[in-house]
Design a protein. Structure first.
Lengths: 175, 150
């Protein structure tokens, strides 16, 4: 996404995922290490009073992470906070949406605060989220020599105003 | 909202529940990004950064005996995950890095919903530090335990 166009109130383009398969769920469980059988074992889910197996909340959170990466780059996300609101089922088609709620300038570039959601086609929000993304990814995008000062966008939000300096870090070699 | 002094987790606030090392592996990054529909080519490289929710993979490294639920005294039949936050500090962790994870109970609070049901909210904080001791990331999981129906 063209970072110059990111302004408070701007809606982000939608991104669809799915229809979700049981294989998608199992694949995420293997990747994450969350092997709760309620997400892949039909008999277990039925015994727990569920109509069937359902997706892992953190898979929907992962789709929201992917949404941010596709829009702002792999090194842009400085913070993401998700809230689980509703279940997602095999066969569901999911849509990610977002809006920019604030844009602030820091020494490392502009940061945007986002409100995000991922929803089932016929129903409401399954997972809502807020995120802080660095626009242009100046922090990560260029290798700098020696010691650099890093401002994290996260400090801005947590303290409500201003920016917090996070000390000195040695710039790591970058790809 | 009030503190939940009678919940077993309350006595654990601030105590270290777990401590472990977590290597950041290139293959795991590739596997995780594929599983979350993320095809950015940067994740295939030898210096791949971690994707935003990758620290969910701590479940492969976190000690399981006793489990976190047992340590916190949770009734699993009444437990839901309410939310999860990840915040990053400085350069993102990337393939080849090793992080040191320390997990604590940050807060235990009680909430009453509109129907009079009581819930205990436990925030579990995991901090991830680099070998030089600097903070790389924080993860906060909000665990909800329903005390009564509602």
């Amino acid at each position: 996404m063209d970072s110059a166009k990111v302004a408070t109130g701007a809606a982000l383009p939608e991104r669809k995922f799915g229809p979700l398969t049981k294989t998608d769920i199992v694949r995420y469980q293997g990747a994450s290490g969350d092997f709760n059988p309620i997400h892949h074992d039909e008999a277990f889910a039925a015994a727990a009073g569920m109509p069937g197996v359902f997706s892992v909340g953190m898979l929907q959170a992962g789709f929201l992470g992917t949404y941010c990466v596709e829009l702002f780059g792999p090194e842009s996300v400085r913070r993401i906070a998700v809230r689980f609101a509703d279940q997602v089922w095999p066969g569901d088609r999911l849509t990610c949406r977002g809006v920019v709620t604030d844009v602030v300038s820091t020494d490392d570039g502009r940061c945007a605060e986002l409100e995000l959601s991922i929803s089932r086609a016929e129903d409401g929000v399954a997972v809502s989220a807020t995120a802080t993304v660095l626009l242009g990814s100046e922090l990560q995008g260029t290798a700098r020599k020696g010691v650099e000062h890093v401002w994290t966008c996260t400090g801005h939000r947590r303290h409500g105003r201003g920016r917090r300096r996070h000390g000195e870090v040695v710039a790591a070699p970058r790809c | 909202v009030s503190t939940a002094k009678n919940h077993p987790a309350h006595a654990l606030i601030g105590q270290v529940l777990f401590e472990y090392d977590m290597p950041i592996e290139r293959g795991k990054i590739r596997e995780f990004t594929s599983a979350t529909g993320n095809s950015d080519p940067k994740y295939c490289g030898s210096m791949a950064p971690i994707p935003p929710t990758f620290l969910a993979t701590t479940m492969h490294w976190e000690p399981q005996d006793p489990s976190l639920a047992e340590r916190l005294g949770l009734n699993l039949g009444r437990v839901l995950q309410g939310g999860q936050e990840y915040a990053f500090h400085g350069p993102l962790p990337r393939a080849g890095d090793s992080l040191h994870a320390v997990t604590t109970a940050e807060s235990v609070t009680v909430k009453r919903n509109s129907r009079g049901g009581v819930m205990t909210l436990i925030v579990v904080l995991t901090t991830f530090t680099r070998p030089d001791g600097s903070l790389a990331a924080e993860g906060r999981a909000t665990v909800i335990e329903r005390d009564t129906d509602g």
